[in-house]
Design a protein around this ligand. Structure first.
Ligand SMILES: *Cc1c(COP(=O)(O)O)cnc(C)c1O
Length: 393
């Protein structure tokens, strides 16, 4: 690895712009180039320039992203991967062995549950699902023998449940278990889990960090050097690294993370408040609303409540509400019906059959009346008008 250079001092948004972004030493280019190269010329056998040898081990475009994300999460090291799932996979490969157990929030990202359930189970790793808000249950689960990892997500998807990171860290550490938090929905601008005691942060940078729906990527951030070395070895040995172009796009996007997240939060708050008073809507799930069960915790643990809003549709009966949900997601014009979240453009999704379709017919099935909104950066009045016309009133 190249030698770590000092991170520029400053507050979050200053670090977002400057961390890992030194002008190119050859030309002075203010934006470091995309190092679209697989290998690096050596000055003699093993005499590397800046520590770079082969791009699976390290590439300057990836190093820049890793330095930037580590600086924003407040961790010593970040490792950037080809996708969020590659990041979760590297985390699991590094922390668990056959016979070990992982305790996971039951409302975690479906892909993480699927990875544990359909791949890691075959390698002898057991998974126990828990409600992260029920701390007594979490304590009992992490206390069982050979539990190595507690993996949680807050806010969760699609119900935006809030888990108390500091309390989970206490429980995990008392049992000698590592706490990993998937910080994808919040982004480091709104929430920094390492600060609250988590050992590991994972991201799908595909979402808010990338922010423009134009790249797929993942990241793992830790503050412990020994754990960082083990993760770096997994990354190097298994090879699911972030490519130079994806790293560069993500780095560019992160420079505007602060302004984007503020606007996502403001617009989502405005729409959630409006939807809560709409007759076609039964329940709005948004941590920024006072009646959300995680509201107080969100205010304590986060610097804003984010851009995701979920809506349970009303109806004369269940079937009628299901029809209303399907009609809504197929009737918006600005909100695009698509998977994913966190981009500048607003998206609308139907978790029951899309993001969480894998859980249909299981106890984790998402309510068929639920619609999920990823509120983008368009004019919030235009977004409200779009929902208004799509709700048909
Ligand atoms: C999308 C997502 C992932 C998976 O990331 P990919 O980049 O799609 O592989 C993991 N966790 C959360 C919370 C996500 O939203």
């Amino acid at each position: 690895m190249p030698p770590a250079e000092p991170t520029p001092l400053g507050s979050f948004e200053t670090r977002a712009v400057h961390a890992g972004q030194r002008p190119d030493p050859t030309t002075g280019a203010v934006v470091p180039p995309i190092y679209q190269t697989s290998t690096f010329a050596q000055q003699g056998i093993g005499r590397l320039r800046g520590g770079y040898e082969y791009a699976r081990a390290a590439n300057p475009s990836r190093s820049a992203l890793e330095e930037q994300v580590a600086a924003l999460e407040g961790g010593a090291r970040c490792l950037a991967f080809a996708s969020g799932m590659a990041a979760v996979d590297a985390l699991l490969r590094t922390t668990v062995r056959p016979g070990d157990r992982v305790v996971v929030g039951a409302d975690s990202y479906g892909g993480s549950l699927r990875l544990l359930d359909s791949i890691y189970s075959d390698w002898g790793v057991a998974t126990e699902l828990v409600d992260l808000r029920d701390l007594a249950t979490v304590r009992a689960a992490v206390g069982r023998p050979r539990t190595r990892l507690l993996l949680g997500e807050t806010p969760s998807n699609p119900l935006l449940n809030i888990a108390d990171i500091a309390a989970l860290a206490d429980i995990a550490h008392q049992a000698g278990v590592l706490l990993a938090i998937d910080n994808t929905l919040a982004s480091p601008f709104l929430q920094r889990p390492l600060h609250w005691g988590a050992d590991i942060v994972v991201h799908s940078t595909t979402k808010y960090l990338g922010g423009h729906s134009d790249s797929v990527g993942g990241a793992v951030v830790v503050d412990d050097e020994e754990l960082a070395e083990r993760l770096a070895f997994t990354q190097f040995a298994a090879g699911a690294v972030s490519a130079p172009m994806d790293s560069w796009l993500t780095t560019r996007a992160i420079k505007t993370l602060g302004v984007r997240m503020r606007r996502h939060s403001d617009s989502a708050t405005e729409l959630a408040t409006w939807l809560a008073g709409h007759p076609a809507v039964q329940t709005v799930y948004y941590p920024g609303l006072r009646d959300h069960p995680g509201h107080d915790l969100a205010l304590r643990q986060m610097d804003g409540t984010g851009g995701m809003v979920s809506v349970l549709m009303a109806g004369a009966d269940h079937a009628d509400a299901v029809r209303a949900a399907r009609r809504l997601v197929e009737s918006t014009r600005l909100f695009t019906l698509a998977e994913s979240l966190g981009g500048v453009e607003s998206l609308i999704g139907y978790p029951h059959m899309m993001s969480h379709g894998y859980q249909r017919g299981t106890p984790l099935e998402v309510d068929a009346r639920l619609v999920r909104l990823s509120v983008g950066l368009e004019d919030p009045g235009d977004l409200r008008d779009d929902l208004h016309q799509a709700l048909g009133s």
